[in-house]
Design a binder for this molecule. Structure first.
Ligand code: GCW
Length: 646
């Protein structure tokens, strides 16, 4: 398929190796038709031939005898033929894209490999609204233009971009998508009932690439849509309503994936209104979905967003664990507890959420945010693969990736010509998809993989420059923003740019407690909120101890004087100055590097990247100057190196 949209990691060139060969495809069904269509297009382009009989260079076959798990495929080569086999069509589709990613490597030497997804659930979650929200717009926290699904209250007529998107996601290994915002407003609520046809139309696009559609629903649907007086999960009428509504959904969309629910969170309705638990609420929907094989993703992002900042006993970081660990074992088997990777809210640096290691009897999915709400809003280069990789490898009794069933990625795409606003932000979606398939992948190798696919055949100088710009761009962003894990310091509301005290006296529970003597949140058991106690050994003690706490998380766990000496030898305040100057210098270096190679790429891409880098520099300087000035004025400690602080 050759589309009009930016090809991202599937440019035509990526199909050259396959498309110049004789390709056999065996098996029946929709996904096999997709593979055949892909093969035919590639062969037309590069002179190869679909070879249903006779000799071939590569064979793709579904064979029911194969001893393979769902979605698994074998990938082998001997006697000059590359063979991909799977027990199900989904496995074959993954095998097909594996061959595409390998390029010429798929046709050289001998090999015999098996590939299966580590996590069965690999879902991309859209925060798209149907109606343009007066504050949040068409896509909540979207930095890439409008929704690819809806425009001004209506489903788009032309869904070819959705098809192209499904293809990109499938090529990264994604198998599920939630199409609407977890904050479900009035129009969006109706997708479940009156507007289910729109969901069905989108499902048709995704289905061709093996992706099941999920819907975010409001817990109050029985009232809002069903006219019932209650949404109490234990009320028979409510159960009957959900059963009926769900049955109707499946009548239209037989492969519907399930529901996503944000309940009792940031003003969304939930079971607490009826004095029922999250387990009661989740199980209600699970019961309705179970006969059809559907799942409910129940979000654990639950905290008090009307906190009194004077109350030092409430700690937002504790909330998810406190709410959900007492319920472990009480959720139906088709409930997936969806847990943000950190205990707060997608900050540039947070410890891993202790809840991820504390629900042994509940299926859990870890949620990450590709949309860069708190990491530069797709104006800043910030490659997040390394952050997510750290989360997935974090060693509780087992690494997080071995404890969870799934990875959910909040989408970063829109109707922007480059999909993601910043063209380099595509790498985040790609890396998230690939890490869900195999959390052991090296994020730097994934970056190289993305660069090679997206800029095929380009000068090695370009590839090296992109790697230099994007590798450690996460740490660069961290250096010029909130220091040492303390988080936030963003402008309230839109969350872009610095505002050190912006959230300090608000109800949101995101404080840094800086005063003239020091900064940080005391979350110790000894003298603070006790959050460290939510971790198993050895983390509960490592984080508790000022000496053992990693520098980068120091202010997340401890309130310390500015003169406190970090493990890296600098005082806290000097570290703040040093990192803020260094962060800006790093952005200056990115710009120089880009200027050397930008002539090697398409003009529109080059212009967009240059424009975004200029804004990144402006913003980084603003962060540096505000943060440094703030701490200089609070502490009165001058910069040891005498640099300009305002
Ligand atoms: O980070 C916060 C965002 C909200 C979002 C919420 C959530 C969809 O600021 O916009 O709401 O997280 O994850 O539910």
């Amino acid at each position: 398929m050759i589309s009009d949209f930016h090809p991202a990691w599937l440019p035509v060139e990526a199909f050259r190796a396959l498309g110049s060969r004789r390709v056999q495809v065996r098996g029946e069904g929709l996904l096999l038709d997709t593979v055949r269509t892909e093969v035919a297009a590639a062969c037309r382009r590069f002179g190869g031939a679909p070879a249903d009989t006779g000799l071939c260079d590569v064979s793709f076959a579904v064979s029911s005898q194969a001893d393979l798990a769902p979605e698994e495929f074998t990938y082998a080569r001997g006697e000059g033929v590359t063979v991909v086999r799977a027990a199900d069509p989904a496995g074959l589709l993954h095998g097909f894209f594996h061959v595409v990613r390998q390029g010429e490597r798929a046709f050289a030497g001998d090999f015999d490999e098996r590939h299966a997804p580590a996590l069965p659930i690999r879902l991309v979650s859209h925060w798209d609204n149907v109606d343009v929200h007066p504050v949040m717009g068409q896509v909540e926290r979207g930095y890439a233009g409008g929704s690819i699904f809806w425009s001004a209250g209506r489903l788009r007529e032309d869904l070819s971009r959705v098809r192209a998107y499904a293809r990109l996601l499938a090529a990264g290994g994604i198998n599920a998508v939630a199409i609407n915002n977890v904050n479900v407003h009035e129009a969006e609520a109706q997708l479940l009932t009156d507007r289910i046809g729109e969901v069905a139309a989108l499902a048709e696009q995704f289905r061709a690439y093996g992706i099941r559609v999920h819907l975010s629903v409001t817990f109050a649907a029985p009232i809002a849509l069903g006219g019932l007086p209650t949404a109490d999960p234990l009320d028979e009428r409510v159960r009957a309503w959900w059963a009926q509504a769900t049955q109707t959904v499946y009548a239209r969309i037989p492969d519907f994936g399930g529901y996503v629910v944000k309940a009792d969170s940031e003003g969304q309705p939930g079971p607490s209104a009826y004095a029922r638990s999250h387990a009661d609420g989740a199980n209600l929907l699970a019961e309705a979905l179970a006969p059809f094989g559907g799942v409910v993703h129940w979000r654990a992002f639950v905290y008090n967003h009307r906190q009194d900042w004077r109350d030092r006993s409430t700690d937002r970081a504790r909330a998810a664990y406190d709410h959900f660990t007492p319920l472990d074992g009480r959720f139906a088997p088709n409930v997936i507890l969806q847990v943000k990777h950190g205990p707060m809210d997608f900050q540039v640096r947070e410890p891993v959420s202790p809840l991820l290691g504390a629900m042994p009897s509940t299926p859990v999915a870890v949620e990450v945010q590709a949309t860069q709400e708190y990491t530069g809003q797709q104006r800043h280069v910030c490659y997040l693969g390394p952050m997510w990789s750290e989360v997935l490898r974090f060693p509780f009794a087992r690494p997080v990736a071995g404890l969870v069933q799934g990875m959910v990625t909040v989408a970063n795409v829109g109707d922007d010509p480059f999909w993601t606003g910043h063209p380099l932000a595509q790498a985040n979606l790609y890396a998230a998809a690939r890490l869900g398939w195999n959390p052991a992948l090296d994020p730097l190798a994934l970056l190289d993989e993305w660069i090679a696919l997206t800029f095929p055949g380009h000068d090695p100088a370009l590839r090296e420059a992109l790697r230099a710009i994007m590798d450690e761009s996460w740490q660069a962003y961290e250096r010029y923003t909130a220091p040492l894990g303390v988080g936030f310091m963003v402008r309230p509301g839109h969350h872009y740019g610095p505002d050190v005290d912006g959230y300090e006296y608000t109800p949101w529970g995101t404080y840094h407690f800086a005063d003239r003597d020091g900064i940080g949140v005391d979350r110790t058991r000894a003298t603070g909120t006790g959050f460290t106690g939510q971790y198993p050994s050895p983390w509960r003690d490592a984080y508790e101890s000022l000496a053992d706490c990693p520098d980068e998380l120091l202010l997340f766990f401890h309130h310390v004087p500015y003169a406190h000496v970090l493990r890296n030898g600098a005082t806290v305040v000097q570290h703040i100055y040093d990192t803020h100057f260094a962060g800006v210098e790093r952005v200056e270096a990115m710009i120089l590097r880009w200027q050397q190679v930008s002539g090697l790429v398409d003009e529109a891409v080059a212009a967009r990247i240059a424009e975004r880098l200029a804004e990144q520099l402006r913003s980084a300087e603003e962060w540096r100057d505000q943060v440094n000035a703030y701490f200089y004025r609070k502490s009165g400690v001058p910069d040891a190196r005498g640099r300009r602080i305002y």
